[in-house]
Write a protein that binds this ligand. Sequence first.
Ligand code: 13P
Ligand code: SF4
Length: 357
Amino acid sequence: MNSETTYLRSYTLKKEQIPPVISEDIDDYERESLKKKIKELLDQQEAVIVSHYYTDSDLQILADETGGCVSDSLDMARFGNQSSAKTLIVCGVRFMGETAKILNPEKRILMPDMDANCSLDLGCPEDEFSKFCDENPEHVVVVYANTSAAVKARADWMVTSGSAVDVINYLKKKNKKIIWAPDKYLGEYVQKKSGAEMLIWQGSCIVHEEFKGKELASLRKNHPDAKVLVHPESPSSVIEQADMVGSTTEIIKAFGDMNAKKFIVATDKGIFHKMKELANNKIIMEAPTAGKGATCTSCAHCPWMAMNSLKKLLHVLKTGENEIFVEDQIISSAKNSIEKLLKFTSNNQSIGLANDA
Ligand code: 13P
Ligand code: SF4
């Protein structure tokens, strides 16, 4: 442990808080018929699909075919913010829908399944987090995008996996002490990269936490020519072996750019759809989740992302159910922390933020 890092208390989810991974079984005829109906309703309602890479490939294909977007959490927020659509259908998890609402309160935000949550969000209850922040008032509060609207409202900054290192480096240069929540692995990674003084909340992603360092080392031995691409929500034993660590968008880009034939990928396997679209001639191997201490709670697929489906998407378009609402007071505070990041990333560092840590 770095001497400047303090770890906050551990937060373990109860078994019943984690749903099983269930995917919708439909044949080609039903798929085409659902897609046709959805396309008509998207048109009629001036709606677009904003999807994450971890959702079912049917949803990703439909989003692309209908002028929506498929991307990481940062670009999902940017796309929703710039879109002229009246309705955004967010195919992802709850914090992504809430972020869209916070940035676009005038738009209608629908989600195929309101129970689609995230272990990081569930592992950082606003009341406990707020209490901790109050006890450490001299710290700048930085939270990961994977948190509730209320937690973002308590924060000074929201960051994503693709922007966390840059923001923490920026704050470090300004000699700021940092509270980081909720992902302990991403927090440790960012701390190592920046050397910043950080208090780290002990949340984790149940999907990435399952990747195993020892088993990855064995797989690499058998495939020494393979490049290893890792999402920073993974444990340090996995990150240490990576040729590239980054957000989902950065992983896809590295896969396309790197001059290798074989890749071992430590992130949710929903991302393979886009990778195959980009370079179908390259070989993708899942980073191992089996081995000592394995639980296979998710086996490299997020149970909450898997709740999104064509049938549910059609249902919300037909009924208007599952609309995301966020209290006005929370919107105005949470907007600050999110917009700070959007400004930071578009200005590419500190322009205009000199006194705004
Ligand atoms: P990205 O922002 O890298 O897409 O990560 C979101 C996420 O939930 C990863 O588990
Ligand atoms: Fe949350 Fe992990 Fe699912 Fe991403 S993959 S939404 S971090 S539980």
